[in-house]
Design a protein around this ligand. Structure first.
Ligand code: MHO
Length: 161
């Protein structure tokens, strides 16, 4: 099993996206890339931590390559938006790849360059590429948030019958 860590805006939707991918064994959301130990969501919202909302992916390299995970990452957000993603603004929503090995770093840098040269965006890709550092797990209610909400909706609609 190998690890990959990505930040691409609000981690709820990004985690859901990676959860669907064949070869991904587990996902978790958390805070990383900053300097503040053991942050809670409100610390991150207050922008005193330097952390990004991030998703940690555990994957089986026999079934999916890191390059393929990078494609999911690019497709899950707009990497030309600086310190925001859609309506969410602040450095915690920045686009970032936190690499776990020199091979991941190389793959990330080359994918970023390729995407820039592809002409898909007329603006610069602002994605940070940094070594993975301590990953602080987010609160339980943020984990698999979209999936949990889906179950709550189903339960509520059954209750209405
Ligand atoms: N727009 C969302 C972002 C949540 S995400 C965990 C909200 O304001 O609740 O950053």
């Amino acid at each position: 099993m190998e690890k990959a860590t990505f930040a691409a805006g609000c981690f709820w939707g990004v985690e859901e996206r990676f959860r669907q991918v064949e070869g991904v064994i587990s996902t978790a959301v958390g805070y990383t890339g900053g300097h503040f130990p053991n942050p809670c969501y409100l610390d991150v919202c207050a922008r005193i931590t330097g952390h990004a909302e991030a998703v940690r992916v555990e994957y089986d390299p026999q079934r999916i390559s890191y390059e393929e995970l990078l494609e999911v990452f690019w497709a899950s957000h707009d990497p030309t938006q600086l310190n925001r993603q859609g309506p969410d603004r602040g450095e915690q929503y920045r686009s970032a790849i936190f690499y776990h090995s020199p091979a991941q770093e190389k793959a990330a840098r080359s994918a970023k360059q390729k995407l820039q040269l592809s002409g898909k965006y007329d603006k610069d890709i602002v994605t940070e590429i940094k070594p993975a550092s301590e990953f602080w797990m987010a609160e339980e209610y943020h984990q698999q948030y979209v999936d949990k909400k889906r179950h709550v909706r189903k339960r509520d609609s059954r209750a209405n019958l």
